[in-house]
Structures are given as C-alpha cells and as structure tokens.
Design a protein. Sequence first.
Length: 222
Amino acid sequence: MTQVRRTAPDEEFVRMYRKGIPTSKIACIEGVAETTVRYHLQIAARAEPGIRDEHKAALAPTPPRTPEAGLRNLADVIAFHGTEGRLPVTHGKSAKERALGSWLAHRRRQAAVGTLSPAYRDALAVIPGWDKPSTRKAEDETRWQQRLEELQEIRAAGGDWPRHQKTDDRHERTLGVWLHGQRIDYRAARLDPAKEKKLNELLPGWREGRGHRGGRRRTGTR
C-alpha cells in the first residue's frame, strides 16, 4: 500500500501534538511510524518553539473543581476565626463548630500530604498556623487572652464590670462568667500567677468588681 506523501511539517500531526496527544498515539491514529511523526514535529518546533510548551500544558491535569459546600465551609471557618479569635474544633460546643472542625482537620491532612486544593490553601493562608493541629490547652489560652482584652477595652471606655447574672446582654454575660471564674480561682488559690499578674496590671480592681473605684457607669457592651 502506497503511503500518502506528507509535506513537512504535517498540519494534522502538529494540531494533535498541540492538544497534548503523545507522538506514539498520533502515529497510531495516522497509521505511520512514530519516527515519522517526530521528524515532522522537529521541523515544526524549529519554526514554532512554543508548540512543545503547548503540548506540556495540554498534558497538565485540570485542577479539581472546588465544591460550593467546601467554599461555604471555608468562608465559615475564616468568619469563625475572626469572631472567636480561634479556629473551630471537633470537640466544640455547637454542632456547627464540630462540623467545621472536622472539615478543617481534613484540610490539614490534605496539606500534610500535598493534595490540598490551591483555593483552600491560598484562602486559609490568612490564618497563621491553621495547618497545625490545635490543642485544647492552646485554645483555652487564646480564649483567656481574648476575654482579657475585651474586658480591658470595656473598662478603658468607662464601662462597669460585666455581670454573670441578671443581664440579657449575651456578651456581657460571657465576660461576666469569665471574670467570675477568675475570682473563684483566685480565692481558691488556683489562679495561675502569670494570669493574676496580668489581671492586676491591666484590670485594677478586678477582684472587687462593681462599686470599686467609685462605681463606674455601665456602658453598652458588644
């Protein structure tokens, strides 16, 4: 059987090569020797060096599509961190936090083996150390510092000591319960000396509470 004489470089060979089709498959499709295909492509590459880059780019796998549910979880994790000052954990109090904690734990495992989606990786990069497993102790310390700073801000603005009872203000009650716990620990000699020092320096009168220093006027809490 007489082979068709092809003008080098053959346009069909080049077209398929640009699409990422291997030379062996091109030869099979066209019914010619692979060396013939390579010969034509060498000539084409001398005229257009970029076709080899096009071939490699076409061979690259298409990045997996990030599911909408995953993007929602991503946004919720970032929002949770912004609000709570910490990351969600699998042993959190609410079902929502536990679900986000599980989702985040899976992303950490993916990051460890190098399979994390770039969309997740780039977005989570705004949270330093997100990929490091958190511990309950570290979370408690972060929360303690956050409560201290929040109460310091309220006192600096002229607000009274927060109440842990008889208030409908959720944020005031949260801070009030925290402060009440510090007082209990202090009286029972359980309060960490470093924390006691911080409280004494940043929140003078924290042990006495309302009525101290002339009974400051209460201002609205967040």
